[in-house]
Structures are given as C-alpha cells and as structure tokens.
Design a protein around this ligand. Structure first.
Ligand code: GAF
Length: 380
C-alpha cells in the first residue's frame, strides 16, 4: 500500500480523523566522509527514500506516537524528565526538547509515521525522522519562524544529547535542505552551501547494501572524532579544516600512529570533495570516479571504518568497470555508493549480487536512488 494511505489508515484508527502530512528524506553523500565534524566540506543530497508523518496538535502537553513500521506506540510529556524508553521515540522527544531549549514552542500532538529509508544502511533514517518532525513542529507551533539552519542543528543536537552519537551536521543538513536533482556542497565550518545540479546523463547512482548493520551509537564513530580532535588540538587548531600534510608531519612524533592515520585521511578527503565538485563542473566523470575509489581506500586503510563485506563490494565494483565506488556514510557496515554507467548497470547488479551471495551466503540489497527534495509539508 502507498505510504500515505498506510499512515492515513493508521492515524484514523489510532486517533480518529486526520492531521497534516509532512515528509523528509534519507541522504546519500557523493564524497566528503568524516569531514563534517572536522569543519571540512561534504557533498550530500536527499534521496527518494523518505519518512512520512501525519501529525495533529491535540490540545494537551502530551505527545502520542505510533510507528507503523515497528507497530509500536509511545507517549511522553515535554519536560526533560519525560524521555520515552524506546530509542525510536527518543529521536522525536529530542527534537521537541531541542526546539524548546532554543526558545521555540512545542505543544502536545498525535502522530503516526512510516518510511522506506532502509534502517541501519547508513542512509540516515534517523536524520530523516528528526528533520521531518523538526519541520512539522516549526510549521504547526512556530509559524515557520525557526530558520532551516536551526532545524538542521535541532536534529544534530538530538543525536548528541538524546541518542549518544556525536555526529556532524551533514545528514540533518541534507535532509532539511535537500533539493530535487541537486547535490549540496556544504562548508561545515561556515554552513555556506551551494546547490550543484546533479543529473549526469548516462549514469545511475546505485547503493549496494552489505546488510551489515550500521549503528553509529555502538560503533567507534565517536572515537574517530576524538582522534581528530586530539590532532587538531596538538596543531593548535580548532578543527582539522586548516591542517595540511606538512603540519601533520611536523607533529608526527607527538601523536599516536593511529591518530596520524585518521588525520591523514581527513586532510586528503577535504581536498577530494573540492576535486569532485570541480570535475563535475568540467564534466570529467572519470576523475569523480577515481576520487571516489581513493576515498574508499582511505576509509578502509587509514580511517579504518570499513569491513570485509564493504571492501569486497568495492573490489567487485572495480572489476565490473563501475566508474566510482566507495563506502558511504559513517562506515562499519551499511552501503557502498556506486556511480554506474547505464550500459553496465544491469550486468553490475547481476554480478555483484551473485558474487556477494556466493561469498557471504546472502544477497546484498540494491537501491537505485534519485536525488530528491528534503523536509517539507505535503499539500494536496
Ligand atoms: C554519519 C554522521 F552522522 C555524519 O555526521 C558524518 O560524520 C558521516 O557519518 C561520515 O561522513 O552519517
């Protein structure tokens, strides 16, 4: 059944009547991994995998939620002490609390939501959920007076303060600012951004999900961030944004070999994002692809956020002649993102599915994705 109908039926049966529909999207990132919390550049876009919610103020101080996909309900008040026990509901509780902390208004509401962003695949289902509710709360209770930058920060602070993930701003920014057919080159230090039309004739963006579950809260993601912060501190910098290889070499003796490797990756990645943007402008897709493979290599060997399955997927992509392929998102599982020429698309999918199945005893999941709009109200 279509997502909207499914939600509408559940809303009528749980709460009666109807509310207003809001949606937001998961994201891909063409390049620029682990650079956001280092004040660097990223190059994400929202995709056609969404979270959708039907919401109606209920005139109380209580929020009542029903998740269609989990078939689970939660209710909570709006004070700090009212945090719900279920993790999925904490994302929404966090958005309410972070809005209130910023002086915004939140009143009680009833909501039903569902989605098709694959969970644990590194496509930021959590950012989609956060930005969907942040957008809705802004619209329903704040006359849209909270600007979009703040909406993204509300989602990010939710991750920090209610979900235990010390993430950067990329995912929430992409979900809030996402625009059809455009990637966003975002400077994560200044939050200046530019939309890049992204519709490369003759290529598709294909995600291959290793189905190795990606949960940042249980991964060493926060540790990677700490490594970068240690090196920046040793260099006397606020973040690694202004670091270069020469500076890094100069403090080599004072930092651990591991921290050195992490910083080396970040410094290289920062440049690769700019390289990809320039290459796209020139229509040089081969260079875009080469830089994506370089990123994979760095994420695997220096940043050490890959796993056997993701490296395998990357090798198969290379063998099949895929233009660019790499781990996408935080790593430790989830998807590779692949820039695939149309003429080898079907063959690549067939080959990667068969080879992965042969090696790991189960098929990967494949998603062709299209760059789409991010958070918004659905009016029709
Ligand atoms: C996760 C985080 F949430 C982002 O902020 C970003 O750091 C990404 O991993 C790695 O680039 O998606």
């Amino acid at each position: 059944m279509e997502l909207k109908n499914k939600i509408s039926e559940a809303f009528a049966s749980h709460f009666g009547g109807e509310g207003t529909f809001y949606t937001s999207a998961g994201r891909i990132n063409l390049i620029g991994e682990h650079t956001d919390y280092n004040g660097g550049f990223v190059f994400p876009g929202a995709i056609d995998k969404v979270i959708m919610a039907e919401i109606r103020p209920n005139g109380t101080e209580k929020v009542n939620l029903y998740s269609v996909d989990l078939n689970d309900s939660a209710s909570f008040g709006l004070n700090e002490a009212d945090a719900p026990s279920q993790q999925w509901a904490r994302y929404i509780f966090g958005v309410c609390r972070e809005t209130i902390k910023r002086g915004g208004s939140v009143k009680g509401f009833d909501a039903v939501f569902a989605g098709n962003v694959p969970l644990g695949a590194g496509l930021s289902s959590s950012a989609a959920l956060e930005s969907c509710f942040a957008f809705a709360i802004n619209d329903l209770f704040n006359d849209n007076t909270i600007d979009k930058f703040e909406l993204a920060k509300i989602g990010q602070s939710t991750e920090h303060n209610y979900c235990g993930v010390n993430c950067g701003i990329m995912d929430q920014f992409a979900s809030v600012f996402g625009k059809k057919d455009c990637l966003i080159r975002l400077d994560c230090r200044s939050l200046e951004y530019e939309y890049f039309p992204f519709k490369i004739d003759g290529y598709k963006l294909v995600l291959v999900d290793s189905v190795v579950k990606h949960e940042l809260v249980d991964s060493p993601y926060n540790k990677r961030r700490e490594s970068c912060e240690r090196v920046a501190k040793r260099l006397g910098l606020e973040t690694l944004r202004d670091a270069d290889m020469e500076m890094l070499d100069a403090v080599k003796a004072d930092i651990s070999a591991e921290d050195n490797m992490r910083a080396r990756f970040v410094i290289g990645e920062k440049e690769r994002v700019l390289g990809v943007c320039d290459s796209l402008n020139r229509g040089d897709i081969a260079t875009v692809g080469r830089l994506m493979y370089e990123t994979h290599e760095g994420l695997s060997k220096d940043y050490e956020v890959s796993c056997e399955e993701l490296d395998f997927l990357n090798d198969v992509a290379k063998e099949c002649g895929v233009t660019g392929s790499r781990i996408m998102g935080g790593g430790f599982g989830g998807c590779t993102i692949n820039l695939v020429p149309n003429e080898i698309h079907d063959k690549f999918i067939e080959t990667v599915t068969a080879k992965f199945n042969e090696r790991y005893g189960h098929e990967p999941k494949i998603y062709d994705v299209v760059i789409s709009d991010g958070a918004r109200r659905l009016d029709d």
